[in-house]
Design a protein around this ligand. Sequence first.
Ligand code: UDX
Ligand code: ADP
Length: 468
Amino acid sequence: MKINSISHICCIGAGYVGGPTMSVIADRCPDIEVTVIDINKDRIDAWNEKDLRKIPVYEPGLDEVLKRARGRNLFFSTAIEASIAKADIVFISVNTPIKSKGVGAGQASDIRWVEASARQVAKYAKGKTIVVEKSTLPVRTAAAIKSILETPNKNISEDESCQRFSVLSNPEFLAEGTAIKDLEEPDRVLIGGDDSSAIEALKSIYLRWVPKEQILCTNLWSSELSKLISNAFLAQRISSINAVSALCEVTGADVREVSKAIGADHRIGKKFLEAGPGFGGSCFKKDILNLVYLCNHFGLPEVASYWEQVIELNAWQQQRIYRTILHKLFGTVNGKKLAILGFAFKADTNDTRESPSLRIALDLLEEGALLSIHDPKVSEDKIFEDLNRNEAAWEGKWSYVKTISEAVIEADAVLILTDWKEYAELDWFDLAKKMRAPAWVFDTRSIVEPSQIKSAGLNFWRVGDGVN
Ligand code: UDX
Ligand code: ADP
């Protein structure tokens, strides 16, 4: 397919991936009009908010990018038909959650929103259009997209419809909380496909700010699979170090020292070796489950169970932290007030998908605990929605607090569950006075200084610490 120049880009899906990614593309390509569309009008309205504190995604640095690009060549809109019709490139960046019902329930990705997007593109696109998969997808989804796009369109002559679309895979590797930096200085950009002209057209966008050696071109399947495998490898490191954290606790070792020692070997490297309450986020669990499903599907049960263990260990880590809390508080939390610091799955995001904090909070509520929950960026409404999704209302059993001082009043324990920087800078002497003795601090993120907590007269537990 011959593409002359790219003047219009459309992105379907204004979520955690589509919003920031398109903002950076628009920022770097002022001559290209970029429109992000979504079926959710509230979300689009929120992206158009004048007050940048109200945009739907919290991401450091995003506000500055929006200030430059929004309204200039970056638009957020619900005008699906018109935006697709104008576009030379359509990115598909919609949600692909794990299926809750039917074949592959609990493992396979539900790609119904991807399919719906492909149908929208087939219906509204005009002229030659490059369709780019941005969402993380099960391997070979591009084939499904292709076959929808290639279905004859009765409004278009056979000649015209022939070679109208080219499908590329261009997975996004940004991590939430550092999305803007990851987009501006990516380790690599991956483009999978077999249409060299379409690949060159997409490449020409990234070449505006990414060195050419960092743009890797592969076949479609390698590209789709690389995304799943990248996430599986990262998650595997976390499960490995979390497994070691349990061993440290019973043997008198310190997981931070072990991480540092092994990470100093450049073959291992020091990143992604922080023990914690287990990984959360929308990708790791979903992608590994997908991988497991694929392996089973292709008759590789040994490979499937190898990867499945990464997920099982993660769930076990969350459970063992909850059990430790219970055990230290004399075996019961019934009627006790516990302060939860952090509800997001990691610092610097307002995303709570698969947050360890949510899992641990639900287990504690089940045991009769009373929770006061603090998070600098997650709203009370979001916490309400998350807690209520799993069980009938926990009304009266939890409260949302705006300040940490308020959270700890008469609390038996403080649970640090998200690594927000502000939790590393607390005045424990002051907080200890407000708590009910004997009070505990459980640091699942290793962000506070043990000596400060102990000298404030508080009991202390932290992950992977067999010394304190
Ligand atoms: C991940 C991948 O990093 C990214 O490349 C991909 O595009 C999407 O999935 P994300 O889930 O946004 O990104 O965040 P990430 O920084 O990878 O953290 C995931 C989870 O692992 C968080 O819950 C985090 O707290 C946890 N984590 C991370 C650890 O417990 N220990 C670590 O050492 C690193
Ligand atoms: P991600 O983290 O992958 O970006 P999100 O759930 O944050 O996922 O965002 C996906 C967005 O895609 C949602 O805002 C959803 O409304 C939108 N979406 C899903 N299907 C369609 C569709 N067919 N057309 C337009 N937008 C869609």
